[in-house]
Design a protein around this ligand. Sequence first.
Ligand code: NAP
Length: 249
Amino acid sequence: MNEETIIRTAVVTGGSRGIGRAICVALAKQGCNVAVNYCHGEAAAAETVTLCKAAGVDALAVQADVSTAEGVKTLFEKAVNAFGRVDILVNNAGITRDGLLLRLSEEDFDKVLDTNLKSTFLCCKEAARRMVRQRYGRIINLSSVVALRGNAGQTNYAASKAGLIGLTKSLARELAGRNITVNAIAPGLIETDMTAALPEAVRTEMAKGIPAGRAGQPEDVANAAAFFAAEQSSYLTGQVLCVDGGMAM
Ligand code: NAP
């Protein structure tokens, strides 16, 4: 890639808040234009766009439900119309619908798998088509330490996040010869809306199992995403990087 002439474009799913927003800003600071995807949070996505533009790049909020093929098609059409290319894809959108297996509904299983795993399959397909033509790309998937360790009450979520690791490694093998890297990040306990929804006692108990003794911040995960996205990381593919204060080792 000729850095002097091409401004890289990043598509970040679920970029309206939390880890996704921090990743959008980190990539903007790396000089990338950013398509900030959101599902419900229009105002939050607009705020992320403002933060990206403050870094001197262009950014665009795109409403799309990435758990559907139609939503993913819309997202990529709008991103490509605005910026002409897709160099970096960050599959960050994710949800939880927790419950012990015996009480977990089929609907909550499917919803989590569709939002966390199928969305990544669909977005990777859209991005890879373009990246193969460009012979350049970076794909970064947000997994979780629960993919590696399991977590009672999260069979659906852990299955989706473990599925992302298999997808990451398989796609890394498919695309390595085309100068496209595919890596995953497995965050531990990060302070966002997702974890704020947990009871205080659960968060305190989880923090006890973290060698660093505290939860992480969205920026801790964003730094790892920026590392995988960097030009210097071209020989790094198929990896799962835990950003967890030592939780999963
Ligand atoms: P969060 O604060 O709950 O934010 C979730 C984001 O995903 C929001 O921007 C939301 O957009 C978006 N989203 C949800 N469903 C979507 C859909 N169908 N289409 C498009 N966007 C959708 O979550 P977070 O804590 O930042 O987590 C980000 C990622 O990291 C997730 O994949 C999560 O599983 C993973 N992770 C988080 C932690 C943690 O401790 N926080 C740990 C491990 C892994 P709207 O608000 O617009 O709906």
